[in-house]
Design a protein around this ligand. Structure first.
Ligand code: ISE
Length: 337
C-alpha cells in the first residue's frame, strides 16, 4: 500500500514536491494538502487526484489518511510543525531550516530523543546529489587523504527584494554549513565573515558577495563564497582539498558546450535550484518514502534533527560574525543518545 503523504505548504517548493510525488516517486501518494492561502492548496489539489484540502497544519498532521508529513511552509513554522508530527508519532520530512535559532532546534532534537524513535528527516537535498555522494565516498575511502580545505561557491541568478545578510546566512549559506557536517562529520568551532565590495545588482541592504570562513575542530578551513545577484544562473561548486588529492564537483552541470556567434564558446547554467537539483530532490524524497515504508523513517544519507540543530547553531554564530571583528566561536549542546 502507498505511503499517504500530507503536505503543509504548497508554494514554490511544496508544489514542486507534490508534482514529484505524483509523477516520479514510487510507493507514495499525496492525500492531504494545506496552505496558508486556501486557494493555492485547492489549485494544487485539483491537479492531484485522490487528494483533499484542509484548513490547518494541525489537521494535516492529525488526519487518519496521512501516514507521513512533508513540511514546506516558511521556516518560522518548521519547529512547531515538526514537534507536532513527533507528538503524533508520524515521520516527517521538513524542508530546511529546522528552526530559526539553536534553542528551538535543540528542542526538536530533545523531543525526538524523548520519543524513543526516529521521526525527523531534514530536507538538505544536496546530500542526495550524485556528485556529492561521489565526493563523499572518495573521501570516506581515503582516496583524497586527510581533508585540509573545503572551498565552496554558491551562486544564484537573483534573489527577491528584502533578501538581506541574515537571509544570506539562514537561507543560502545554511547549505554549505550542512555540507560541512555531511563531508567532514565534525563540529565547526569558529566562523568569520569577510565583506568584499558589493555588486550594484544586489538588493538594498544586502552585501553581495559575502565570504564566510569556517574552521572545524580538527583544523579544516572552509571557504564559502556566496554571490546571489549574478544575473547569470545557479551554480554550486565544491572543492575538497586533501593531503593526497583535490576533487571538485558541480563544475560542468549538463556538460553541453556550444559554439556561439562572434567566435565565443561556452555552455549554460540552470536558472535556479529546482532544475539544478531535481535528481537530488527526487532521490531524497524517494529515500524518505522507502524509509517510511520499511519503518526506519529516516534514510541513511538524510540530514537529521541533530544536523538541523548544528546548522542552526552555526547559522546563529555566522549571523553574529557579520558584525564581529574577528572569528566568532561556536559551542554545541550535548548530543542526546
Ligand atoms: C534557497 O532557499 C535554497 O534553498 C537554494 O538552494 C539556495 O541556493 C538559495 O540561495 C536559497 O535562497
Amino acid at each position: 500500500q502507498d505511503v499517504r503523504v500530507g503536505i503543509i505548504g504548497v508554494g514554490r517548493m511544496g508544489a514542486d514536491h507534490v508534482e514529484r510525488v505524483r509523477t516520479r516517486i514510487k510507493g507514495a501518494r499525496i492525500s492531504v494538502i494545506s496552505d496558508y492561502v486556501r486557494e493555492t492548496a485547492e489549485k494544487v489539489s485539483a491537479e492531484t487526484p485522490g487528494s483533499r484540502v484542509v484548513d490547518t497544519p494541525e489537521e494535516v498532521i492529525g488526519a487518519d489518511d496521512v501516514d507521513a508529513i512533508l513540511i514546506a511552509s516558511p521556516g518560522a513554522f518548521h519547529r512547531d510543525q515538526t514537534l507536532a508530527a513527533i507528538a503524533a508519532g508520524k515521520p516527517v520530512l521538513c524542508e530546511k531550516p529546522l528552526a530559526m535559532n539553536p534553542q528551538d532546534a535543540y528542542e526538536v532534537v530533545r523531543a525526538e530523543a524523548a520519543s524513543g524513535a526516529k521521526y525527523v528527516s531534514l530536507g538538505f537535498m544536496r546530500r542526495f546529489d550524485a556528485e556529492y555522494a561521489e565526493l563523499k565516498d572518495a573521501l570516506d575511502a581515503g582516496e583524497l587523504g586527510t581533508p585540509l580545505l573545503l572551498n565552496c561557491k554558491h551562486r544564484n541568478a537573483t534573489v527577491l527584494p528584502g533578501f538581506d545578510d541574515t537571509m544570506m546566512v539562514y537561507d543560502s549559506a545554511v547549505h554549505e554549513i550542512d555540507a560541512i557536517s555531511y563531508f567532514l562529520e565534525e563540529p565547526v568551532v569558529s566562523v568569520q565573515t569577510v565583506v568584499p565590495r558589493s555588486t550594484e545588482l544586489a538588493p538594498d541592504g544586502l552585501h553581495d558577495p559575502l565570504l564566510f570562513l569556517f574552521r572545524t575542530e580538527s583544523g579544516v578551513v572552509v571557504t564559502d563564497e556566496l554571490w546571489v545577484s549574478t544575473n547569470a544562473g545557479y551554480e554550486v561548486r565544491t572543492e575538497l582539498v586533501g593531503s593526497r588529492g583535490a576533487s571538485t564537483i558541480g563544475q560542468d552541470i549538463g556538460r553541453v558546450t556550444t559554439q556561439l556567434e562572434g567566435g565565443r564558446w561556452g555552455g549554460s547554467v540552470p536558472p535556479d535550484f529546482r532544475p539544478r537539483f531535481v535528481a537530488a530532490y527526487d532521490a531524497e524524497v524517494q529515500a524518505w518514502i522507502n524509509a517510511v515504508a520499511d519503518g526506519s523513517n529516516v534514510a541513511a544519507r538524510s540530514a537529521t534533527a541533530w544536523d538541523g540543530y548544528v546548522g542552526a547553531a552555526v547559522c546563529e554564530a555566522t549571523e553574529r560574525s557579520l558584525t564581529a571583528d574577528g572569528p566568532v566561536e561556536i559551542a554545541l549542546e550535548a548530543r542526546p543518545s
